[in-house]
Design a protein around this ligand. Structure first.
Ligand code: HEM
Length: 507
């Protein structure tokens, strides 16, 4: 009893201390957030501004809020606030022209909504003045992809072999794992990639890194909330895994031919290496994983396109392997042999329909918002002024679903992406497709992403008859709704959607 009282008394000063620290923190926060917001010398219609938070609804459900902004302004440019920061959502073709002009900063834009990006990547420049995007590009240039192809193909064959001859797989887990494993070859080290358990561990670490960055964490980005702690912990685990490999290489005086070795040779320390690997894997997997899962779903619901793709794929495997489809079904090793022998260039040349279908999938599912910050002088848009310091947002849907650019925009029509159709659209309208970005910040991983997605398509479709069912095993008859709860990333389906597969018997 005495002990309990003593503990209670001794905890009172501590409680006071906590209260004092919290009060000072709160006052500091309110004062700093209530300072005059970044210049608002614009007169764009503004969605209601709530005290302190700017737009309370943004923190409740950011994606829904942004969609509601899009609807609210009925196609016109509009503004809102995130905390004290002015954000202008620019619309349509005039908005596009301003958004992709010079003077807008890419990283500063995204950092507003993900201040914890700083945990992963506090610098936009790698040593000297080389940007991280151009440095990353050296890891995925054509010669590297060519050289890595046989290894990546083998990694993929191992995972697909483990699926067996028949079964059901959640694409946003099982197929995503293949993309993740192949992306790891582009960003990490041989020691991780050759061990499937390590690949799964990395997937879990990345899931936690992603889960730790919620819109709510923007409010008090420096407070050690449980989600932020989980994120830091996951970063620590990644650091430990990498540091073990680096130590082993030093101890054994061993070198490898992989991205980690390139980073060590460049003189990076362990923290820099961990950040770089994390950023590269994020860039590689974030979109490729879910885009590709949607592609498989769309394909099963559009059989006409599937059968054209199948013809391309069967012809490709027959041309580049020693097996004819008329004698036996393709095994994973036959398909792997064809992919390795042919290499990325021949694969690309042999699959124009697959290419167009992937692009049409991206047009439809890549339905999000790009972000920038105006770090130059004020910009002018339809006679209004966007001041220095303001953030800009652009909805991809303004182009991807504009009937002038893509007639009957909600229809799935890969023929829009034949080279001739793309050229004609570009000549008439300028930038229309944003799937790989535009102007100064085009995706440096475009080719790697296409090659990975094409290799997996060949492996899965040459090997299996596939189908798509809902969580209760019923064949899907229409495209499922997306979850739409992640900013800047294609989200999975709202309801459980599964792929069925069985070894093809139609030899
Ligand atoms: C289907 C897969 C992918 C899609 C749809 C995609 C899409 C995009 C888009 C739209 C942008 C520009 C964003 C903006 O302007 O705000 C971008 C930038 C970028 N992407 Fe991708 N991407 C994919 C795969 C990859 C892969 C596999 C990598 C790397 C291995 C990668 C690396 C990058 C990098 C580094 C940038 C930033 C470029 C810069 O700062 O200038 N992406 N991507």
């Amino acid at each position: 009893m005495m002990d309990t009282l003593k503990n209670a008394y001794s905890s009172i000063p501590f409680a006071w201390l906590c209260l004092a620290v919290s009060s000072v923190t709160l006052v500091y926060y309110l004062v700093s957030e209530l300072r005059p917001p970044c210049p608002v010398e614009d007169d764009f219609p503004t969605k209601r501004r709530d005290l302190f938070l700017g737009s309370f609804d943004f923190f409740r459900d950011s994606f829904k809020f942004l969609l509601s902004c899009r609807e609210w302004a009925q196609g016109a440019h509009m503004g809102f606030y995130i905390l004290s920061h002015r954000v202008v959502m620019v619309r349509g073709l005039p908005g596009r022209d301003v958004f992709f002009s010079k003077g807008l900063d890419f990283m500063a834009g995204y950092r507003l909504l993900n201040p914890q990006l700083v945990d992963v990547m506090p610098v936009t420049e790698i040593k000297g003045d080389e940007s991280w995007a151009s440095f990353m590009a050296t890891f995925i240039r054509s010669e590297v992809l060519d050289k890595l192809t046989p290894t990546m193909v083998q990694d993929m064959a191992n995972i697909v072999d483990a699926w067996g001859d028949k079964g059901t797989v959640d694409p946003f887990d099982g197929v995503y794992e293949i993309i993740f494993a192949l992306s790891m070859r582009l960003a990490t080290c041989n020691e991780f990639c050759s061990d499937r358990e390590k690949v799964r561990t990395m997937m879990r670490i990345f899931q936690r890194l992603e889960d730790g960055s919620t819109p709510a964490s923007i409010i008090l980005s420096w407070v050690p909330t449980p989600s932020r702690m989980r994120r830091l912990w996951a970063g620590g685990e990644l650091y430990k895994m990498i540091s073990d490999v680096v130590s082993a290489r030093k101890r054994e005086n061993r070198r490898e031919d992989d991205p980690l070795q390139a980073l060590i040779d460049k003189g990076f320390n362990l923290v820099e290496i961990t950040r770089f690997i994390a950023m590269t894997l994020f860039a590689a997997v974030t979109n490729t994983g879910n885009v590709f899962c949607w592609f498989l779903i769309y394909l099963e619901l559009h059989k006409k396109w599937k059968s054209s793709i199948l013809s391309e794929i069967d012809a490709f495997v027959e041309t580049h392997s020693s097996v004819s489809r008329s004698t036996s079904p393709f095994s994973t090793s036959t398909i792997a042999e064809a992919l390795s022998r042919a290499g990325p260039d021949a694969l690309e040349a042999a699959t124009p329909t697959l290419d167009a279908t992937l692009h049409e999938t991206i047009r439809i599912v890549f339905n999000g918002f790009f972000m920038r910050r105006n770090i130059g002088s004020a910009l002018s848009l339809d006679g209004r002024r966007i001041p220095h310091g303001a953030f800009l947002m652009f909805p991809t849907a303004d182009l991807h679903f504009d009937p002038a650019l893509f007639p009957d925009p909600h229809a799935f029509e890969p023929a829009r992406f034949t080279p001739a159709a793309m050229e004609a659209r570009r000549a008439e309208h300028g930038i229309a497709f944003l799937g790989w970005g535009a102007a100064r910040h085009q995706c440096v991983g475009k080719r790697a992403a296409l090659v990975m997605m094409k290799m997996i398509t060949v492996m899965l479709l040459a090997r299996f008859d596939m189908g798509v069912v809902d969580g209760r095993g019923r064949t899907l008859v229409e495209v499922p709704k997306p979850r739409q709860d992640t900013l800047f990333k294609v989200s999975p389906t709202l309801t459980r959607t599964l792929l069925t597969y069985e070894v093809r018997r139609d030899a």
